[in-house]
Write a protein of this length. Structure first.
Ligand code: UDP
Length: 253
């Protein structure tokens, strides 16, 4: 097969020209990085697990009417997605204090938050993804007030869905990051969840033991990242060996 045209290469994924108009192929690498690329490693099989896990979460979201860019998985490391125009924001939802909010506001990690908190970070590695307010987002034209209302609604629906799914397998969803894309249909624009949803972009703690099952294992040198991600995939029934019966898309009429 002729090599596809590379559109963009990021730290954990590569985007290729799609196999159908209006699509991209998203390839999941084994590369792992933290601290804006200051710490790097290859974790064997991470890309395969994240491809499956992102497929699982995005398929579930599509099924409950939360639109995403995901179309279908193509193979072990690739999925077909809709072409979107990415809004240059990382949208973070937090249920429990951890990471940067704990540092910034002096809240002990593990403190439950009074309600889910939505935050925005401007996607720019050279600036270390600074936190921005709604005022910044609107003033600099990254998104409109209406977009932000829609983004918050999407982010909170993703939070409810993911929290419930994870709770079902004994995992607390502490926080997560999503990216939002615009899809144009003529003059009409809609917002969809894009990029990926995987343990690279969530904090996942075992409910019983508090054990971390996410990228903090790598960031903080807590053990084997691939064991942690494999455990999440195993609990969700999406390990490559038994995936066929667990994530088959169901058609809802
Ligand atoms: N996150 C991410 N990509 C980033 C920054 C954060 O996926 O570039 C995720 C991170 O995994 C966590 C959530 O967003 O689930 C909140 O991260 P936080 O602001 O606490 O930053 P960190 O402590 O990871 O630097």
């Amino acid at each position: 097969m002729a090599r596809r045209k590379k559109i963009y290469e990021g730290k954990a994924k590569i985007l290729y020209e799609g196999t159908e108009p209006g699509t991209f192929v998203q390839y999941f690498k084994d590369d792992t990085s933290a601290g804006d690329g200051a710490k790097k490693a290859q974790i064997d099989g991470k890309g395969v697990l994240n491809n499956r896990l992102s497929e699982f979460f995005m398929t579930g979201l599509n099924q409950i009417g939360v639109p995403t860019h995901f179309i279908r998985r193509l193979n072990m490391r690739e999925q077909l997605v809709r072409q979107v125009e990415i809004i240059p924001l990382e949208v973070v939802v937090r249920n429990v204090a951890a990471g940067s909010i704990s540092k910034r506001l002096g809240i002990a990690e593990g403190t439950p938050l009074p309600r889910p908190i939505v935050e925005y970070y401007f996607k720019d590695d050279s600036l270390h993804d600074p936190m921005v307010s709604e005022e910044h987002v609107i003033a600099f034209g990254w998104a409109s007030q209406q977009d932000l209302d829609d983004i918050i609604a999407l982010a909170l629906r993703v939070n409810d869905f993911l929290s419930g799914v994870m709770l079902g397998v004994g995992i607390r969803l502490v926080d997560f990051k999503i990216e939002i894309g615009r899809i144009w249909e003529g003059d009409f624009m809609r917002l969809v969840v894009a990029d990926e949803i995987s343990p690279d972009s969530c904090r996942l703690w075992d409910i019983e033991t508090g054990q971390k099952l996410d990228k903090d294992v790598f960031r903080r040198d807590l053990g084997s990242l691939s064991d942690a991600y494999t455990e999440v995939a195993r609990r969700l029934g999406v390990l490559p060996t038994n995936v066929t019966h667990s994530v088959k898309p169901t058609v809802i009429n």
